[in-house]
Ligand binder design. Structure first.
Ligand SMILES: C[S@@+](CC[C@H](N)C(=O)[O-])C[C@H]1O[C@@H](n2cnc3c(N)ncnc32)[C@H](O)[C@@H]1O
Length: 257
């Protein structure tokens, strides 16, 4: 996300949102989340925060959960709404504070949504809003890249460039290039990077600049505690061992789910 305001063009520009899934087709990262919600927690309702193009929200609705997907990127929500199974999800285009429903068994932030919150006050406010929308005993599951693994060092044009043939669009080229790393930021490094996309069909290039915060584990846990959430477990992402923390976090006060 930009330091404050609208999500990055990569999520909020209609032409970019439309090619998001073809450029990132492997969503095996979501299997672990599905297993936690269904097998471990037995959740029956889900708030998917930063749902993007809706892949996980629709999958969970297909598992029989009552799902709300929320994201401030209207273009991504529009892509989600157009998918098969989208009618089983309640979509909210806006920040999590815009969700009126309460009492969710679980909430998720898949694919490192936590890191788009660069501004600490905004991050705290989102966590409080999520807590208030969970039922007592409900669980938030989130992930964040471990800063010591320095994932950003792999974000070069040489290592990330790809061309994908997208139906109705033709070859689409994309890559990622880090532009700035602030390793001395309090709470963990802040990394800025560009994600240009080139549409070979008409030669149009659309640029997108992003900023992510790589919080230390201490910073994550202290912001969760400040929002009134209890850390129940911190584990590896099974598909990315040693690279991410996956946290299960509970709203105190009721039976676990
Ligand atoms: C890396 S994508 C992940 C999308 C989705 N969770 C998935 O697994 O495909 C990050 C998402 O965070 C969203 N986002 C940006 N700012 C946000 C905010 N303030 N609140 C919630 N989501 C936000 C973006 O629009 C984008 O859809």
């Amino acid at each position: 996300m930009a330091d404050r305001g609208e999500p990055d063009p990569i999520f909020s520009h209609p032409r970019l949102a439309a090619v998001h899934d073809p450029l990132d087709p492997d969503r095996s990262d979501l299997d672990a989340y599905a297993a936690i919600l269904v097998d471990e927690l037995g959740a029956r309702s889900l708030l998917d925060v930063g749902c993007g193009t809706g892949t996980f929200a629709i999958r969970m609705a297909g598992e029989g959960l009552a799902v709300t997907g929320v994201d401030p990127a209207v273009a991504s929500i529009d892509v989600a709404r157009g998918k098969s199974g989208a009618e089983g999800v309640t979509w909210v285009a806006g920040p999590v504070e815009a969700v009126e429903a309460r009492g969710f068994d679980a909430a998720t932030m898949t694919a490192n949504v936590a890191q788009v919150f660069v501004d600490e006050a905004e991050w705290r406010s989102a966590l409080v809003a999520i807590r208030d929308r969970l039922r007592p005993g409900g669980t938030l599951v989130l992930e964040s890249r471990r800063p010591e693994r320095r994932a950003w060092e792999e974000w070069t044009r040489e290592r990330t460039q790809q061309v994908v043939d997208v139906p109705h669009e033709g070859p689409v080229e994309g890559w990622v290039q880090v532009t700035e790393v602030d390793e001395r930021a309090s709470g963990g490094p802040i990394v800025r990077f560009d994600s240009p996309t080139v549409f070979h069909r008409d030669g149009v290039r659309i640029d997108s600049a992003s900023t992510l915060r790589f919080r230390s584990r201490e910073a994550i846990e202290s912001s969760l505690a400040a929002a009134g959430l209890e850390v129940v477990d911190v584990r590896d992402a099974p598909d990315r061992p040693g690279r991410e923390w996956v946290l299960l976090v509970r709203r105190p006060g009721g039976p676990s789910a």
